[in-house]
Design a protein around this ligand. Structure first.
Ligand code: VTB
Length: 335
């Protein structure tokens, strides 16, 4: 059974090497103003590690639709050299490539993995609406929260966490489409954490429930949404999601594919069961994870690996020996 195989071998530890490799490759391009190049380097490094694993993996949703170019980790790509276990993977070699290119905080590399068939396949959708909260609020989260006035949802979060509304911090992507959302949040007195990219990290911070970020709200990428659902589930947080096409072409493609745009999904609708791992490595320093540091022959990474079944959260600080000539990791597979 996939379930036992996944946990017996603790696949998560294999997968965190993929996010480390991607971060080590992307970190070299921090602040260089070349987002596509950073993305290519991270994707290639991640692919190499994933492809060397003893799994039969399939990427359920890539970012090619949004980025307009296919990669080795596009939707439907296969990874791994094993026959089993058969797994679904969802990856984002860089969540926040503009953050990397501009040397801004908060870029991370992420992977989530579950037994084959357990992940929602939202293709050809590109955008979705998301609401993420921590474990304390998860039980109180109701589908109405997605359509209710923001003040109502924030009052609910405040009540459950025993905070005042003005104590709350809400993560929102800085986009024109979020203007009225941001206005509504501010009108309640709650505070807004605006970021130009990186809503997977925002979702993870909200789901951690440590009180620093109380919720994530707004519309972001579908791939990031599915990864977030995996992370949130593994962390015991709560999430609501709904497809939110941002162009006529996307709307028609989603409709033609028979996907339900009205359906409000919870984590369980996006990823089944709890045989699930989420791994993330910091690329640039951020509130969730520190970024990559290079020191001549060595590089340091900081990662988070969450296993859903046991809710174990491993925070890993790893030293990687680098090749003297090219400054890459000694092992092409991330050490
Ligand atoms: C978000 C953000 C990502 O895409 O999901 C965003 O977290 C949504 O798309 O880092 P738009 O940028 O088109 O608004 C990213 O920015 C990655 O592309």
């Amino acid at each position: 059974m996939g379930h036992q195989i996944m946990t017996e071998r603790n696949l998560g530890l294999d997968f965190v090497r993929a996010t480390e490799a991607a971060a080590l490759a992307a970190g070299r391009l921090m602040g260089m103003g070349r987002p596509e190049e950073a993305d290519r380097a991270a994707t290639e490094a991640m692919y190499q590690v994933l492809n060397a694993l003893e799994v039969r993996g399939r990427v359920v949703v890539g970012e090619e639709q949004k980025l307009g170019a296919p990669s080795m980790l596009s939707t439907g790509s296969t990874v791994g050299r094993g026959e089993s276990p058969a797994v679904d993977v969802v990856v984002d070699p860089i969540d926040g490539r503009r953050l990397v290119a501009q040397g801004r905080p908060g870029a991370i590399s992420v992977v989530a993995v579950a037994p084959k068939g357990n992940m929602w396949t939202p293709r050809p959708a590109v955008y979705m609406e998301k609401l993420v909260v921590g474990p304390q609020v998860a039980q109180a989260l109701v589908p109405e929260c997605l359509d209710a006035p923001v003040a109502w949802t924030l009052a609910l979060i405040a009540r459950v966490t025993q905070k005042a509304v003005r104590d709350l911090v809400i993560f929102v992507l800085d986009r024109r489409r979020h203007r009225s959302l941001i206005r509504e949040i501010r009108a309640t007195g709650a505070r807004v954490m605006l970021r130009i990219d990186g809503d997977v990290a925002g979702a993870v911070m909200a789901a951690l429930g440590d009180g620093k970020v109380d919720a994530l709200m707004g519309i972001g990428g579908v791939a990031e949404g599915l990864i977030a659902a995996c992370a949130v589930k593994a962390l015991g947080g709560g999430m609501l999601g709904r497809l939110a096409p941002q162009s006529e072409a996307e709307w028609h493609a989603v409709e033609a594919a028979g996907l339900d745009m009205k359906r409000i999904m919870r984590c369980e609708d996006m990823v089944k069961g709890c045989d699930l791992f989420f791994a993330a490595t910091g690329i640039t320093d951020g509130p969730l994870l520190d970024g990559v540091v290079y020191r001549g022959g060595w590089a340091e990474t900081h990662s988070l690996l969450v296993r859903c079944e046991t809710r174990t959260r491993r925070f890993m600080h790893t030293l990687h020996q680098l090749e003297p000539d090219n400054g890459n990791s000694v092992s092409p597979f991330g050490g």
